[in-house]
Design a protein around this ligand. Structure first.
Ligand code: PMP
Length: 392
């Protein structure tokens, strides 16, 4: 029977890692995989995480099960950062649970959307490919709209039309900040407009915040999410600590539900617990416990925020350098200066992406997506020159 299974396509980015590893050229550049890199090309464990891990090892006296909701100290410690210090639970309307990364959170959120009776989810494209993959696996219909214009701005007409045309039983998935793969975020004014339209249309927002602090700052990057939450009665929020605490493989995330009546909170979240039980039972503890120890300690929190500032500043410098280059052959790099987070799309054809790889040893996704943090002051001129060469 198992032979009835069909071969599935390999994940394109994971295949790219293998190709990059096998390339003997010393000056090859990896712009594929979505992890932060320092100016030296490393993805180190954060100082604050190392300190918290040392505390954890010294102080943890049991690894007994915690339950499907995971470490609630971790879940609650994050809330002022996500939802704001003034009313982190929106008057008793928000409850969360720990999940294995942002992916685990999205898996539960979308399964809850399906279970609640929603039929379709509206998603701007291109999006992180796993959004569509999870929806397909759950049998949730996806309605696509065009996220961005070639000029490097969001396609507001498309998002407005998508909301206007929404039907009863639709939800909408929005990236909170640092849009993956385009780096093109909504402005605050656009968020104001979107929040009101979502409220007027009565559709359920699912907000994916996977890069808080890597765009403009911790508070700034939460603007859109908070703006939507004050406008609507209910929402699901998917959070990842894998980028902003550098915990990638430790799989640290959280799911929050905002309900209109605090009396419904426990009922709604019991669905999250029950779905978690059927998927992974309980989330992995270590990374979330380390995040909790950071957030419970003022000095560690200050150090973590300083590390985050350093990462964001470096990515801003790389973006400024790209923007200053202006035209590279036929490609205008200027818009990348105003985009946010780890990713941007360089408009190259599939053949040009292949030429970047084969002729110049520069590895990027077939879509033209680059990880900006893969560029350093030492290799950025080579990258700009290669873009000029393949588009000349
Ligand atoms: N949402 C978006 C938009 C992402 O880009 C990612 C990861 N690349 C995630 C969610 C999930 O992150 P993780 O599961 O690694 O925490």
């Amino acid at each position: 029977m198992l032979t009835n299974l069909q071969q599935q396509p390999a994940d394109a980015l994971l295949a790219l890692i293998k190709l990059h590893n096998a390339d003997p050229r010393a000056d090859k550049i990896d712009l594929g995989v979505g992890v932060y890199r320092t100016g030296e090309g490393d993805t180190p464990v954060f100082r604050s995480i190392k300190a918290a891990e040392a505390k954890l090892v010294a102080g943890q006296d049991s690894k007994a099960y915690l339950g499907p909701e995971g470490d609630m100290g971790f879940v609650e410690a994050l809330m002022p950062y996500i939802f704001g210090k003034d009313s982190p639970d929106m008057g008793g309307r928000i409850e969360g649970m720990q999940t294995p990364g942002g992916t685990g959170s999205l898996r539960l959120a979308l399964a809850m959307v399906k279970r609640a009776g929603y039929k379709r989810i509206i998603v701007g494209t291109p999006s992180w490919p796993n959004h569509a993959q999870i929806c397909a696996d759950l049998g949730l219909g996806v309605v696509e709209f065009n996220h961005a214009l070639p000029s490097g701005h969001t396609d507001m007409d498309a998002v407005r039309a998508a909301i206007t045309e929404a039907q009863e039983g639709d939800a909408i998935l929005l990236h909170g900040c640092c849009h993956n793969p385009t780096g093109i975020d909504y402005t605050n004014e656009q968020w104001d407009d979107i929040a009101q339209r979502i409220a007027d249309a009565g559709i359920l927002p699912v907000l994916d915040l996977a890069y808080q602090g890597l765009g403009m700052g911790m508070e700034e990057d939460a603007y859109g999410l908070r703006r939507v939450l004050v406008a609507v009665p209910e929402a699901l929020i998917c959070y990842s600590c894998d980028k902003n605490f550098g915990l990638y493989r430790d799989r640290v995330g959280a799911l929050y539900a905002m309900v209109s009546d605090p009396a419904d909170r426990a009922k709604v979240m019991s669905n999250g617990h029950n779905l978690a039980r059927a998927n992974w039972s309980q989330p992995p503890d270590h990374g979330a416990a380390a995040v909790r120890l950071i957030l419970e300690d003022e000095a560690l929190t200050a150090d973590w925020l300083a590390e985050l500032d350093e990462m964001r500043d470096r990515m801003r410098q790389v973006r400024a350098r790209l923007a200053a280059a202006g035209l590279a052959g036929a490609v205008d790099l200027t818009p990348l200066g105003g985009q946010n987070g780890l990713f941007s799309i360089v408009p190259l054809s599939k053949d040009q992406v292949l030429e970047m790889r084969e002729k110049h040893g520069i590895y990027m996704a077939g879509s033209g997506r680059i990880n900006v943090a893969g560029l350093t002051m030492g290799n950025i001129d080579k990258f700009i020159g290669a873009v000029a060469d393949v588009t000349a």
